[in-house]
Design a protein around this ligand. Sequence first.
Ligand code: SF4
Ligand code: SF4
Length: 309
Amino acid sequence: MNFSAQKNSQIVKKLAKDEGFDFCGISKAEFLDSEAKRLEYWLKNGFHGKMQWMENYFDKRLDPRLLVQGAKSVISLLYNYHTDKKQLNSDVPIVSKYAFGKDYHLTIKEKLYKLLEKINENIGKTDARVFTDSAPVMERVWAARGGLGWIGKHTLLINKSKGSFYFIAEIICDIELMPDAPIKDYCGTCTACIDACPTGAILPGKILDSNRCISYLTIELKDELPVEFKNKLENRVFGCDICQEVCPWNRFAESNKEADFQPQLEFLNMNKKDWENLNEETFNKLFKNSAIKRTKFKGLRRNIDFLEN
Ligand code: SF4
Ligand code: SF4
């Protein structure tokens, strides 16, 4: 690896920090050989549920050079979304922490474009694309390759010093950078996430069965919720943080300081009646800029009704 790759990596990491990203790790853009079989097995067994789009772009998912021609590096970035703030009434439907504030896709994309602009200014014009949950990119795998953590038994990325409540983003670019080394898996003999998952969605071998995962059921699934999950959703109405909440590595998690991710008091204060009576007008007002919009009113209403009845 040449001197300029090392120097440019330092520049990229410094710029990422300046832009507010908590961690930055670099990998060589290459075919994800080790993942091809796992992805194939996962899809073949239908663990992606009705997310048919996951079957598309199989090759692109495994090779970033098919997303950015001439790509040499994958820059992985983590952005904290953990918060100690809580919905104030303990009996209300629970929303996943990641959706407490403004939709992260918008906030993080903006930061990624700014970072890319700075890279262009400081290193030279690069051919690059930015991603955050927006294209067939195996984000957790790249973050782990770039030394930002390991993939836990619950299949999420865990950072050794700060846990798993992080959004993951990437810049795939044609600059040659110095790759970071992956770290080892620190799950050890722990099975806390598997034991705590109320629907048995975490299978051996770091496999997530989306068909059973509350996150998938409450956000991605458009049909009726299967009756077998009645009384099993642990009051989760949008997403589910249970496997992260029980993970010992999240005892080091700190609250994020991002203005966009701070929840509105009106949302935190909602009581049981407010949730029961939630109508489309209030939904549109309360969740105007939120990731909760993904389910649309109809989807969230379906989830509320499923918990209630
Ligand atoms: S998000 Fe919830 S349902 Fe999905 S694997 Fe984790 S604990 Fe299980
Ligand atoms: S709860 Fe335990 S097994 Fe699950 S991801 Fe965390 S450390 Fe690994």
